[in-house]
Ligand binder design. Sequence first.
Ligand code: ADP
Ligand code: MG
Length: 610
Amino acid sequence: RATPSSGAAPEGPSEQGIFATLGHIIRFTSELRPYYLGVAACAIVTASAGLATPFLVGRATDTIVDAVQDGRGTSVFPTLAIFTLAILAAELVSTVVSNLGGYTGDVLSNRIRAILSTRYLDKLLRLPQSWFDDEMTGTIVSRLNRSITEVSTFAKSLANTFFTMLIQTAAVLVISAVYYWPLAVLLAVVFPTYVWLTGLTSRKWQRLEADKNHHVDTAGGRFAEVVGQIRVVRSFTRERHELDTFTDHFMRTDSTTKEQSRHWHTMDIIRRGVLNLAFAAMYLLIFWRTLGGGFSVGQMVLLIQLIAMARMPVEMMSWVLDASQRAVAGSRDYFKVMAATEVEHVREMPALPARADGNPVLEFEDVRFGYGDGPDVLRDVTFDIRPGERVALVSESGGGKTTLVNLLLGLYPLRGGQIRLDGVDIATLPHDELRRRISLVFQDPSLFSDTVGENIRYGHPTASQHEVALAAERANASGFIGKLDGEFDAMIGERGLKLSGGQKQRISVARAMLKDASVLVLDEATSALDTRSERAVQEGLVQLMAGRTSLIIAHRLSTIAGVDRIVTIKDGRVDEIGSPAQLATSGGVYAELLAMQRRGEDSYLNAYAE
Ligand code: ADP
Ligand code: MG
């Protein structure tokens, strides 16, 4: 029944070279094939046009040498002028087409960025809730930015220069083989040696880079937290500390960079040493053969130019390999996320069982659950809620109430037992189907930085302005919204920072109201509010609960006094179930709470827990 969704998670490039990385990125962005082909075509034309010059110069040289020897002097000048024009034409073609290639490369790298970013968010939206429990938001963002910048920079550098040079080098290899095979052999040995020497340094370099990236991403995570909770930072005067911690992460990347760079540049000296030895040998070969009459002077000029052309890409190789290494290391974390296991979700709607009126809407049966490898948070939890019934869930703080809500939403798999909605095991329901039927009001209002109207509309994007206004009215929110500058179009700031707690909560009540699901869950919806705003929100909540099956979590008596039944949880198990009147005299958690209130003590269950 449960099928793993779109399983084709790509294998991330591990410690791979430039070509493997390139191949991986190209496969991952296969819809950009026309751009890749365009870049390659431009590279081929640019390279061919670039190759014309050495040939023309070589021919011109021979023409001059012959003319001077024969004493024909200026008579060959028109021929030379034609050669010059041809060189000019070739260079012009090369310039225009290489810029065309550069343009294509810019577009390509931007598209790569868009594709990589979009796929990342798409992937994140499919990852299990537990994945997010271990990650800082800022880290997730930082990792994305870093990976994408490095991959797209790499793609751009490849498009702009490297392809052309590679093609030229291959051409030079073939041409020199035609003229004198030992040259080709030398060239053919230089390239792989150079790449091999780079490969030697790569493993260590990448390990260090991964370490560095870890610091940068962690710093990014903290950065986002500090900015997001700037008031906390200020009130505890921790600015200095936060700044120092942040700096420290970068200081530590400093020493890693030094080690990395030393390593890289030492190897570069060795690599280039080898390269220059090989080139010196090639020059000597050419000179020797020219002296022996094997080459004309023109051919010698041609070959020297060709070899100089081959030399540039080999040297550039060092730079491109560096970019490629960054792309490999940078994209490794990216592709690791892309390869993470997605939530298993059901796509097909199961056949719904026939139901008699009055059958429970929600049933928890022997529910057992714990986070990760941790101990059980809930054990043998069994209770049900009948249509239209209001059931309050009471426990000490940390007793597992929010956990139960998470399970009801299908955010985590159960360790045992079953949760049924309208008689159907929620594990067999498609997630969107399940979540469509549940409206939630969280303790923390969790609004978005958008207008009042868009926030209310969040669970029902197609709602009309009238419906939005009606929901606000019933949530007891129209009063204050009417006074906002712009009313429903007023921006509320990040997470609703421009509103008071009670106002934010009334907006989230309106949001739940508009979603109009049959099951309502209030997870400490008023616990963050003072008594007066609580009353204002409470009025909205009463409207919201009307006619809906409701699960109410609250730690204030005022909120749960009017419910039909109370379920108390103790040590992860259901302790008592009964009407408020029954539980008031049973001597359990609820009775204790009542007694405490009667004595005029704090009516918070949290206080009870201590
Ligand atoms: P309540 O809502 O009743 O105050 P919770 O359901 O939030 O309690 O928490 C129940 C227990 O589960 C607590 O011990 C808490 O530490 C733990 N817990 C809650 N959320 C997570 C999580 N995402 N990962 C691991 N443990 C968690
Ligand atoms: Mg909670």
